[in-house]
Design a protein around this ligand. Structure first.
Ligand SMILES: Cc1cc2nc3c(=O)[nH]c(=O)nc-3n(C[C@H](O)[C@H](O)[C@H](O)COP(=O)(O)OP(=O)(O)OC[C@H]3O[C@@H](n4cnc5c(N)ncnc54)[C@H](O)[C@@H]3O)c2cc1C
Length: 472
């Protein structure tokens, strides 16, 4: 009864549509995109402003409810799905979608947490600027969720992860206190850089309600190519060669195995393998610059000619139009989407030091074959920054249940290889609930202890997103 009356009080404050309690309304918020997690909640709160977020947290504090922030719910680690026995409020930021300001002198944009990444990129573009974080889920993922997971994406090589673009934050703390840190300063050493605490904290330390984001000059010229390579070692050698030729102009360098392209083409029923199926490995390379008269197609041609001389590349397609460029990127994104939508595909998110990438792919492949002969490894993604998603598709004929039974062993084996090579089990997707235990088992005790101390300091009652990242 106490819970029911407090939800009524919240409804009175948040207004019509501000609180969802009907099972069919709440259902989409109780699970994750991959269908791996399901939670329970008293209600879904959908505040329209920061004051209402603060009131929701104060009410949760008064009644002992846990609060799980939810963004676009495109995360891959179950971070936005409530877990544990405590009564939960899901706090969705989806109705906080205002771009508060765009300042092209300071090159900064202030946006509310519920703006999608695509909306932020469009607002920057309309102002003649670039917000450089980009990935396949950008139509749905929100800037609050991106900040909470410190998302990476396709252009980390040139621009860095989400953290690199956050100038300031507005955050509501566990007790309802609003911290207005929405500064747009480029230099500010006046004390601890508190915003860093909340970036990558997956909603366990505070609720991000708005962010001041740095904008970049819009690229005015691009060069894009798809190169066929013999294997991941050749892909890495080609990357090092291209870096020598084009340096920081490289904005993307993405590994794509033919196995992944085939899965995407089979699923979409459209498109074709650009090399007619002749090559097992490809890399999508993109260069970009803000200098309009720099001919990056020519630079790409020269650099790839050097790569052919050194036998680093086997074949290449250099795009001559925006339409061709989009076709190549559609393959890259389609490959990821085909995995995300496939219940018979295991997803993984590891990183290793750059030079270890080929050995990682080889050893992880051997480990997978030993555990599940016939399984199809689909290692793909950001090889230019050491972040390869070593996904695995079930052997032909194996059903979802059979595959699910073996995926924990496959996941552990892949992570073991990454850790043995000095890597990370969570490169860009975070820990959420899916990797919390693995982090507890593999992180140094001093690091775990520090994480717990930070958590206790900011959220002493473990109210914010319990069961995620670290147990207190
Ligand atoms: C097709 C596809 C491709 C993708 N590609 C990439 C990629 O290349 N790189 C990459 O890094 N990710 C990628 N992702 C994963 C995902 O888009 C990112 O992790 C994204 O940052 C999650 O944003 P979201 O709004 O969906 O967050 P959610 O999934 O809703 O939440 C993620 C976590 O953040 C917390 N959270 C959400 N909003 C807030 C807030 N306002 N304040 C505090 N905590 C909050 C949640 O509690 C949860 O712990 C991809 C996803 C898809 C579907």
């Amino acid at each position: 009864m106490a819970a029911a009356s407090s939800i009524e009080a919240l409804t009175a404050r948040l207004g019509r549509g501000g609180v969802l309690t009907a099972p069919h309304d709440m259902a989409p918020y109780l699970g994750d995109l991959l269908g791996l997690y399901r939670g329970e909640a008293l209600c879904v709160a959908r505040p329209r402003d920061t004051g209402a977020v603060a009131e929701t947290l104060r009410l949760a504090a008064a009644h002992g409810f846990a609060v799980t922030p939810a963004g676009g719910r495109t995360g891959f680690c179950g971070g936005a799905v409530p877990t544990g026995a405590r009564p939960h409020i899901i706090l969705s930021l989806e109705r906080m979608r205002r771009i508060r300001s765009v300042d092209t002198v300071n090159d900064a944009l202030i946006a509310e947490a519920g703006c999608t990444l695509a909306e932020i990129r469009q607002a920057a573009d309309a102002a003649g600027r670039l917000f450089p974080v980009s990935h396949g889920g950008e139509g749905t993922s929100q800037i609050g969720g991106m900040i909470a997971t410190n998302a990476g994406g396709n252009n980390v090589l040139r621009y860095g992860m989400t953290r690199a673009h956050v100038l300031g934050l507005e955050v509501v703390l566990a007790d309802g206190t609003v911290w207005d840190g929405l500064r747009t300063l480029r230099k500010d050493n006046a004390g601890y850089d508190l915003k860093q605490l909340f970036i990558g904290a997956e909603g366990t330390l505070g609720v991000v309600t708005a962010a001041a984001l740095a904008l970049r000059p819009k690229p005015l010229a691009r060069g894009t190519a798809l190169a066929a390579v013999a294997d991941p070692q050749a892909a890495l050698d080609l990357f090092v060669h291209m870096r020598g030729q084009a340096g920081e102009l490289i904005s993307a360098f993405e590994l794509m195995p033919k196995a992944g392209i085939d899965l995407h083409l089979a699923r979409s029923g459209a498109g074709r393998d650009p090399f007619g199926g002749a090559h097992s490995w490809m890399v999508l390379i993109e260069l970009e610059t803000v200098i309009a008269n720099l001919d990056l197609t020519e630079l790409m041609e020269t650099a790839l000619a050097g790569a052919f001389e050194r036998a680093l590349a086997l074949d290449a397609i250099i795009t001559q139009s925006e339409a061709q460029r989009r076709e190549l990127w559609a393959l890259r994104e389609g490959l990821a989407e085909a995995q995300a939508a496939n219940p018979r595909a295991l997803k993984s998110d590891t990183s290793v030091p750059l030079g270890a990438s080929p050995e990682f792919v080889r050893r992880a492949g051997e480990a997978v074959e030993a555990i599940l002969p016939g399984a199809v490894p689909v290692p793909f993604g950001h090889i230019g920054d050491g972040n390869i998603h070593f996904n695995v598709v079930a052997p032909k004929g194996m059903d979802v249940a059979g595959f699910s039974a073996v995926t924990p062993r496959l996941t552990e084996a892949i992570r073991e290889v990454a850790l043995a090579l000095g890597g990370s089990i969570a490169a860009e997707h975070g820990l959420g609930q899916s990797k919390r235990q693995a982090a507890a088992e593999t992180k140094p005790p001093a690091e775990l202890d520090l994480m717990r101390r930070v958590k206790r300091a900011l959220d002493p009652d473990t109210r914010l997103n319990p069961g995620k990242i670290v147990d207190v």
